[in-house]
Design a protein around this ligand. Structure first.
Ligand code: GLN
Ligand code: ZN
Length: 756
């Protein structure tokens, strides 16, 4: 056995699984029909794998999410759903999506980001009455499907340690109270798998690439000593990904695993660990050398170089992907409209299978250089010269430290802005988008498909903006927005107006459940080709005497929601995007826009998993890139930013260091904890902690909001506080929005006298 992968995408070539699952959820398809469909899809994926690799994966298929599958398999059902009379499939989707039928109104389990990816998992919820035990047969059925096709298959399971560490414990009990029952449940499953002739099991333990404490290492030992000693006839693969296992390398390599999967792509430390500590010859090293997170062809020369170094330490190697291929789209072949020059450099899941096979062939070849030429991979990483932009590179090269610093300092600016903007204390505003009604969507889609002219499209957008400004004036908000009716997401609209971005037609990636995203691909130097938002912002501002915020997406969010280049350092792309946004900022300012918001909704997305890497491998360029976007404006121009979460306690100083004048963030659901840490660290940016949750249709009352404001005022000085919802309003309807914002404004008015 020489080749494998960590996992394969499940959504299908054209998101078929999403479509069918949604049909089922809408009651248009029975669960049996959905199952039959899914079985065919799995078979197709198994055969596809077999065409290129030796050890195929099974068990990684899921209707919604693998952690959710694991919960259901081991009887971890949230307490509030335990006694509802639901069928297995109803229960499964109820955990994922909540259950609002037959008089029930039960919340879904919380969803969280899967490590440093844009995939989200359903958080296991364990309470004091949870009885963990094997209560299902999905992995066994999945294995039997592969067996029927005569394939050598490994069953992929979420690892018990990762599962427990990601679970949420509702009662008094914690990880240690459930570790034995969970380990036993895995052992029961192993027995059953063994009975049907399963030989290989892959346990995914990405938690091992996080910073581990000694208690974590103890936990690992406790689980794996038992798992490994109790099953003589199963070959267990410990699979890690998204980084290196520096805290536990020596321990895992001393345990009797059949194989250990390591990621040689995302962390260069993996190779260093191997070189320093060696690798036992009786364990298979499953070398993750083909990037499961990005869309470019593998650089075979570079990879062979790594593999040669690996083989100096062990020859017992199986080639694999760095992580599951779930994080890349299905196949390049669908993208017929892409320039051939660029297309020939792309590699999605299906193509990566082939790359692994080719690498294996090269590794064994007696005449590698000749074969390399045959495989014609030499262009994988070379710059596409005709697409390079010398002027952009030159501009980046000429940047100096001063370009990243806005003057005067924030306090001086704050006084100037106060005078210039003349806003009341506790000013009210919103985050940017207003409800995306049917008419708004239809207008965009009709324009995109050529059904209406540009003039008609713009005239409709103007009508939406007029209504939106009128609504905000009626509500008596202090700082207005234009409503974002011309965008459907935060990146596409900007990417389309910059060179260097490629938009695919079918390159969908699962984000969560049935939701897929189609991230653009950055393939060359980035340049703002024309003004992007100025016309719209100017139009909106012309309708009112109140300030209307210019609304932009920040460089790190644009970068983090795209597939990055591999031929240049990611920093370089970040700075290039920052320069493009900077041009837009300056043009907005010159057009009379007094307040500009630069959203960094996804700043945390690629924050390194390990604390030690955060400052030196990410924040040291991400924060300066943001500063570059606004350092050129006048003191009186007020810069806002927005983040879609409030877990920034651990990077709070860096966020302050972005040097925005105002930041809004999500705080309605979480406690006031973040506000305390804001106070404790002497945070200098003015803040708008969201005072109500826009993710729910519920209209908050005046009392509720006033109460929240009162609490916030116990920690934040009134001169530094803004009153706003916690995110954009695009998913809400107009009636809810009106009612909620009426109450928000009312609450601010009531609270102002308290600030004397
Ligand atoms: N300005 C954007 C909006 O209001 C921000 C969206 C976001 O934070 N995800 O929609
Ligand atoms: Zn947000």
């Amino acid at each position: 056995m020489k080749t494998t992968i960590v996992g394969f995408p499940r959504i299908g070539e054209n998101r078929e699984l999403k479509v069918q699952t949604e049909e089922y959820l809408a009651g248009k398809l029975s669960f049996q029909e959905l199952e039959a469909f899914a079985k065919d899809l799995r078979k197709k994926h198994l055969l596809l794998q077999r065409a290129s690799i030796d050890l195929v994966t099974t068990g990684d298929f899921s209707y919604y999410d693998s952690l959710l599958d694991t919960s259901v398999l081991f009887n971890v059902i949230p307490e509030r759903l335990r006694n509802l009379k639901l069928s297995d499939s109803e229960l499964y989707f109820a955990i994922a999506k909540g259950y609002q039928q037959d008089g029930y109104d039960v919340k879904a389990s919380p969803m969280r980001k899967w490590f440093n990816t844009n995939y989200h998992y359903i958080t296991p919820e364990i309470d004091d009455n949870t009885q963990i035990k094997l209560n299902g047969s999905k992995p066994i059925n999945d294995f039997l499907e592969a067996k029927q096709l005569n394939l050598t298959a490994k069953v992929v399971l979420t690892g018990p340690m990762t599962y427990l560490k990601l679970a949420k414990f509702a009662g008094n009990k914690g990880v240690n109270d459930f570790v034995d029952s969970l380990t036993n449940a895995y052992l029961d499953l192993f027995k059953k798998l063994s009975k049907v002739d399963c030989k290989y099991i892959q346990l995914d333990e990405p938690i091992l690439v996080t910073d581990l404490e000694s208690c974590d290492i103890e936990l690992f030992k406790r689980i794996y000593d038992k798992l490994l000693s109790n099953n003589a006839n199963l070959n267990i693969i410990l699979q890690t990904y998204f980084g290196d296992v520096r805290d536990i390398y020596q321990l895992i390599t001393s345990m009797p695993f059949y194989g250990i999967g390591l990621d040689f792509v995302e962390s260069t430390t993996t190779l260093e660990l191997l070189q320093k500590y060696g690798f036992p010859n009786n364990i298979k090293l499953i070398a993750g050398v083909v990037n499961g997170k990005n869309v470019w062809k593998n650089d075979y020369t570079k990879t062979l170089n790594i593999l040669d170094k690996i083989r100096e330490k062990t020859k017992n190697v199986i080639l694999s992907s760095s992580c599951s291929l779930l994080h890349v789209p299905y196949t390049v072949t669908s993208e017929t409209h892409i320039d051939e020059e660029i297309r020939s450099r792309l590699s999605f899941a299906k193509e990566k299978l082939l790359e692994i096979a080719e690498l294996q062939q090269l590794l064994e070849s007696n005449n590698r250089s000749q074969e390399l030429i045959l495989i014609n991979n030499t262009k994988a990483l070379s710059r596409i010269n005709k697409l390079e932009k010398a002027d952009v590179q030159d501009r980046v090269a000429k940047l100096t430290k001063a370009d990243f610093v806005r003057t005067p300092d924030r306090e001086t600016r704050s006084k100037i802005q106060q005078e210039y903007l003349n806003l009341p204390i506790l000013p009210t505003t919103t985050i940017g988008s207003f409800p995306q009604t049917k008419e708004v969507r239809l207008n965009r889609s009709r324009y995109k498909t050529g059904k209406i002219s540009k003039e008609e499209y713009i005239s409709n957008v103007h009508t939406f903006i007029k209504d939106c400004i009128k609504l905000q004036e009626d509500l008596d908000l202090d700082v207005l927005v234009h409503g974002e009716f011309e965008r459907n997401d935060m990146v596409e609209f900007f990417g389309e107006n910059m060179s260097g971005f490629l938009f695919t037609k079918f390159a969908w990636v699962q984000s969560y459940g049935t939701r897929c995203v189609k991230p653009p691909i950055i393939y060359s130097d980035i340049k703002r080709e024309q003004s992007i938002t100025c016309d719209i912002s100017k139009f909106a501002q012309s309708l009112t005497s109140k300030p209307v915020k210019g609304m932009l997406t920040g460089p790190i969010t644009i970068l983090n929601w795209s597939f990055p280049r591999e031929d240049v350092d990611i920093k370089e792309s970040a700075i290039q995007i920052a320069l493009a946004i900077r041009d837009e900022v300056l043009e907005l300012e010159a057009s009379g826009i007094k307040i500009i918001q630069i959203d960094e909704a996804a700043l945390r997305e690629k924050l390194p998993i390990r604390k030690a890497d955060r400052a030196t491998k990410y924040l040291d360029w991400a924060i300066p890139a943001f500063r570059l976007t606004h350092s050129g404006v006048n003191a009186k121009t007020q810069i806002h930013t927005h983040m879609c979460y409030s877990e920034f306690g651990d990077i709070i100083n860096e966020i302050d260091d972005m040097d925005a004048d105002v930041i809004s963030f999500e705080a309605s659901k979480s406690s006031l904890e973040i506000l305390n840490s804001i106070k404790a660290c002497n945070f200098k940016t003015a803040v708008g902690p969201g005072v109500y949750d826009i993710h729910s249709p519920r209209v908050p009352t005046v009392e509720e909001i006033t109460d929240v404001i009162k609490k916030i005022l116990t920690v934040i000085h009134p001169s530094k506080l803004w009153i706003n919802p916690d995110c954009g309003l695009k998913t809400r309807d107009i009636a809810e929005t009106k009612a909620s914002l009426t109450n928000l404004v009312q609450s601010a008015i009531i609270s102002r006298p308290l600030c004397k």
